[in-house]
Design a binder for this molecule. Structure first.
Ligand SMILES: [Zn+2]
Ligand SMILES: [Zn+2]
Length: 266
């Protein structure tokens, strides 16, 4: 009997108490906040320890450059409702152990499946452009292959798609990618339930999203600099003058060196 009761208490302690600050917030809304913090700010979802909601909220506020109060504001909940990348905002997350990077300077990629929102030739062009945006700053070359296993396998998929990170329908999580490594390492997945666009109509801009995801495929985690392409939420950007920020360039060159330094691999 005690054992059963203890088990029940452990379960209770792993859920979040609704704090006073949430007063006036509906239960459903509060669940959204909890899920957001658990998903993007919890270092190990497998350990059953009490989550300190206030600390997680402070981490999130710090990441987004907001006043670190530990109290929910409308600005915080507004950010939580924005479409974003599915990779968490904590460096210690298991997708990026030990800052992995590619060790060869020729990286292959393959487009395994396409979206129905754009012609295949446009997807190919935008991906080539996204790879070029990165390769113009680092001594890496990207080579497209049409069959077999490539370092970076690119696909569009909906809901459950064979990894442990199912997509969630339109909005919220748009895409995710895995840090460099064998197997699924480097692969980039895009949620087919989004409305992808080349910028000529409304929807999610595929070039921006692909450039962000390929940043993960190369070994970059999220940046808290709002001008960075590695910022976790989806932002409307100027599509004509779209380029990497200084922060992105600094990050990627820390891993691979710069283009003038072809033979210098750290
Ligand atoms: Zn991301
Ligand atoms: Zn996936």
């Amino acid at each position: 009997m005690w054992l059963i009761l203890l088990g029940a208490l452990c379960l209770l302690s792993s859920t979040l108490a609704m704090p006073l600050e949430a007063g006036g917030m509906g239960k459903q809304h509060w669940e959204l906040v909890q899920n957001y913090l658990k998903r993007y700010y919890f270092h190990d979802s497998k350990t059953r320890v009490k989550i300190n909601f206030e600390d997680k909220l402070k981490e999130m506020q710090k990441f987004f450059g907001l006043p670190v109060t530990g109290i929910l504001s409308s600005h915080v909940t507004e950010i939580m409702q924005k479409p974003r990348c599915g990779v968490p905002d904590v460096l210690e997350y298991s997708l990026f152990p030990g800052r992995p990077k590619w060790t060869s300077n020729v990286i292959t990629y393959r487009v395994v499946s396409y979206t129905r929102d754009l012609p295949q030739s446009i997807v190919d062009q935008l991906l080539a452009k996204a790879f070029n945006i990165w390769s113009s700053e680092i001594p890496l070359h990207f080579k497209r292959v049409h069959w077999g296993k490539a370092d970076i396998m690119i696909s569009f998929a909906r809901r459950d798609h064979g990894d442990s990170f199912p997509f969630d329908g339109p909005g919220k999580t748009l895409a995710h990618a895995f840090a460099p490594g064998d197997g699924i390492g480097g692969d980039a997945h895009f949620d087919e339930d989004e409305d992808w666009t080349d910028g000529s109509s409304s929807g999610m801009n595929f070039l921006y999203t692909a450039t962000h995801e390929l940043g993960h495929s190369l070994g970059l985690s999220h940046s808290s600099d709002p001008n960075s392409i590695m910022y976790p939420t989806y932002e409307d950007r100027d599509s004509k003058n779209f380029r990497l920020s200084q922060d992105d360039i600094k990050g990627i060159q820390e891993l691979y060196g710069n283009v003038d330094n072809l033979y210098h691999f750290k």
